[in-house]
Ligand binder design. Structure first.
Ligand code: AMP
Length: 431
């Protein structure tokens, strides 16, 4: 099967050719004809499946076919949870739409709004946005969503995790009744199902990833260790086991920086990527990592999500994630498509509760190891987890306050918006 068999127009086929794609991925084979027909779509797909092209290509074609005189307003709206993902979708829209006379722009928080306002003012075919900034601009009268023909919610599960449900509901109220809706989510909690039921009209269902089940090829190991010795243990494991291409997850941006510096000092080449790094620094780090020049990439969950890095031999949880399902996302970066992968988690006494939640979600106990020379102190007392949820206590003194770190990773929303969300935290259905 080729892209032209899917009914795409010559302008898109030329752009696809320029990307070097020869064969559509499974999700593209299913999504492209369904979206071209104009119906709603519910897609269960993770990053790395080609889902972005799966919705972008037919969306571009529909907008081109239905081209109408430019007026103020937006014809297609793509909502994403993070600026990173918004930028990536924006890039795909530009790449695939390069031979079509369609306009697009990406907006997200944390940067000045005037250039965004100027770009939106004349009207746009495609607006890619994070919910917070979109509503800020809409409330100031800069965005007209009353003519939206196509709505895409990308990584909807992540949007709900990040507390965007109220913003999404507000956005939905601003849209016209008659429109095409596409919803993508890697997981299907009850909340996502409720959102899908409300939003979608007889959707085509597409599933290319299994639900909440990490690849069976991933070997998962827990190393118990004292919190102060994690960095040392990680450097030791990387050197002694000769790991290359290691993706390491930390909970905070600050922690990612410190860890990358520590590894670098030990002659293990490492770089950190997170929301405070410039786009060019992130791109540089990612391409060095992919090409094998960089041994270790240290990332926060949100920075890593949406990045096209998978099928890695080693994923390390330097700290366990606060939300058990993030563990599944993290280790899903390794062992894909039949490759063997290894996921190692360094767990200190503070994290026993988080580990319990993960084991509950996975419905099995994970194998625990102790590395000789790194035996944990049996009398160590747990401390509150920095950036942890549901803990009122202050984090350790050398870490940024929880609110700041968590909100900064998001979307650069106004402090008021942040406060309102702060108490609610992430809800999970416990699937
Ligand atoms: P996504 O899941 O949309 O993040 O895409 C993952 C990666 O696959 C991106 O780097 C795309 O450029 C690439 N990609 C998408 N579709 C194809 C295809 N049909 N053939 C080869 N690569 C693709």
């Amino acid at each position: 099967m080729t892209f032209s068999d899917l009914g795409l127009c010559p302008e898109l086929l030329r752009a696809i050719d320029a990307q070097g794609y020869t064969t559509p991925t499974p999700i593209q084979r299913q999504a492209i004809p369904a979206v071209l027909e104009g119906g709603d779509l519910l897609g269960s797909a993770q990053t790395g499946t080609g889902k972005t092209a799966g919705f972008t290509l037919p969306m571009l074609q529909r907008l081109k076919d239905g081209r109408r005189p430019a007026k103020r307003g937006v014809r297609a709206l793509v909502l994403t949870p993070t600026r990173e993902l918004a930028a990536q979708v924006g890039e795909s829209v530009r790449d695939y739409g390069r031979h079509l006379p369609l306009t697009s722009h990406v907006i997200f928080g944390g940067v000045g709004q005037q250039p965004q306002v100027d770009a939106i003012r004349p009207g746009l075919d495609i607006l890619i946005a994070t919910p917070g900034r979109l509503l800020d601009l809409q409330q100031q009268g800069h965005v007209d969503l009353s003519g939206v023909e196509i709505l895409v919610l990308d990584e909807a599960d992540r949007m709900l995790d990040m507390g965007f449900i109220h913003d999404i509901r507000k956005v939905l109220k601003l849209l016209p009744e008659a429109r095409q809706n596409l919803l993508f989510s890697a997981t299907f909690s009850r909340e996502i199902q409720a959102l899908a039921n409300k939003l979608l009209d007889e959707p085509t269902l597409i599933e290319v990833a299994r639900r909440n089940t990490p690849a069976e090829t991933v070997d998962q190991a827990i190393y118990r260790v004292d919190r102060e010795r994690k960095r040392e243990l990680l450097a030791h494991l990387i050197s002694s086991r000769q790991w290359f291409q290691v993706l390491v997850f930390t909970r905070t941006k600050h922690g990612a920086n410190r860890l990358a510096e520590h590894l670098d000092k030990r002659d293990i080449s490492a770089m950190a990527i997170h929301g405070n790094k410039s786009q060019s620094a992130r791109t540089r780090a990612l391409s060095a990592f992919k090409s094998g020049d960089l041994q270790v990439l240290v990332a926060t969950d949100i920075a890593a999500r949406g990045l096209d890095i998978d099928e890695l031999p080693h994923v390390v949880n330097f700290e366990l994630p606060n939300v058990a399902e993030d563990y599944v996302h993290r280790i899903g970066r390794t062992g894909r498509a039949g490759h063997d992968g290894q996921a190692v988690s360094l767990v200190c006494v503070d994290e026993h509760g988080l580990l319990g939640n993960i084991e509950k979600l996975m419905k099995r106990e994970l194998v625990k190891h102790v590395e000789p020379g790194f035996e944990p102190d049996p009398n160590a007392k747990p401390e509150p987890i920095e950036n942890g949820r549901g803990r009122g206590g202050r984090g350790r003194s050398n870490t940024p306050p929880r609110q700041q770190a968590a909100a900064g990773e998001r979307d650069g929303q106004s402090p008021g918006r942040r406060r309102r969300r702060g108490g609610r935290g992430r809800r999970r259905s416990g699937e």
